[in-house]
Write a protein that binds this ligand. Structure first.
Ligand code: LAC
Length: 309
């Protein structure tokens, strides 16, 4: 019996496998990759394990098609569902992915009733509602990954524009994981220096706009959704929970009045630790940011309203 924490990653597509690969390299968890497609999770698990002797971590990844093997997981990451194709918005996936997320949530919680659930499937904000409603878990244990990815895109563009290290770019993207997301320019600094002191308003607007359609930019290039940064973003959330790091990260959390929004999953800064979401942090917004967040909430509500779960 392993003493390691157990993480189940549902969906052995590119994002799920990248999340497994990044987590395996951290070397603290037992990782189970599960998929309906026979051979896919087993093959990817074997390949990741065979990186272990080269990169120096323990080979603790297994692949399966049987939910019994996921029992006793501390964290369940849900990446299952169809990815976007060119011309599709994330919202176009809602009906198909609702059925998939519902089914995998039911099957994973049966053996892991105390797990923290992290959702990655799109449309992300709506799929968090599905996982919460189906599991009946408290909101602290059901949340989504989007803000770390969106913020990472924004930070990358800022690092390029300023010539500074990405490590020194601190930023925050709030709102739904759609084209109405809200990069908070007022909270963006490079080494503590406000972004507005470093680059023109025109450059800022162009980075904000590129961030908002950042997923679509990659879909156009690749013909499918991104996976490296989404997988790594998810692994960072798993780390913060299982290592009780108390990182303050932008995550998709169920809001009950915070930011003036009630009964809706949206991206906001949260403190992530062993209990899941331990705190939702509220930052001051300027008027345009507040208006943009309300617009983003409306867009999320529209998608949530078509759910049947
Ligand atoms: C993206 C998809 C994964 O933003 O939502 O790339």
């Amino acid at each position: 019996m392993s003493e390691r924490s157990k993480v189940t990653i549902v969906g052995a597509g590119a994002t799920g496998a990248t999340c497994a690969e990044v987590l395996a390299q951290r070397d603290y968890a037992e990782i189970v990759l599960i998929d309906i497609k026979e051979g896919l999770p087993q093959g990817k698990a074997l390949d990741i394990n065979q990186m272990a002797p080269i990169l120096g971590f323990e080979a603790t990844v297994s692949g399966t098609n049987d939910y019994a093997d996921t029992a006793g997981s501390d964290v369940v990451v849900i990446t299952a569902g169809l990815p976007r194709q060119p011309g599709m918005s994330r919202d176009d996936l809602v009906q198909t992915n609702e059925k998939i997320v519902k089914s995998v949530t039911e099957q994973t919680i049966a053996g892991s009733p105390d797990a923290v659930i992290i959702v990655l499937s799109n449309p992300l904000d709506a799929m968090c509602h599905v996982a919460k409603n189906v599991s009946g878990f408290p909101k602290e244990r059901v949340f989504g990954q989007a803000g770390i990815l969106d913020t990472a895109r924004y930070r990358t563009f800022i690092a390029w524009a300023t010539g500074a290290s990405v490590k020194d770019v601190h930023a925050l993207v709030l709102g739904g994981h759609g084209d109405q997301m809200v990069p908070l320019v007022s909270a963006t600094t490079v080494g503590g220096v406000p972004l507005r002191k470093l680059v023109s308003e025109e450059q800022i607007q162009s980075m904000v706009e590129r961030t908002a359609v950042g997923g679509g930019e990659i879909v156009k290039l690749l013909g499918t959704s991104a996976w490296y940064a989404p997988g790594a973003a998810c692994a960072q959330m798993v780390d913060s929970v299982l290592l009780d790091e108390k990182r303050v990260l932008p995550c998709t959390a169920y809001l009950e009045g915070e930011y003036g929004i009630d009964g809706l999953y949206m991206g906001v800064p949260v403190k992530l630790g062993a209990k899941g979401i331990e705190q939702i942090l509220e930052v001051d917004l300027d008027d345009p940011e507040r208006a943009a967040l309300a617009k983003s909430a409306d867009a999320v509500r529209d998608v949530v309203s078509v759910l049947s779960t």
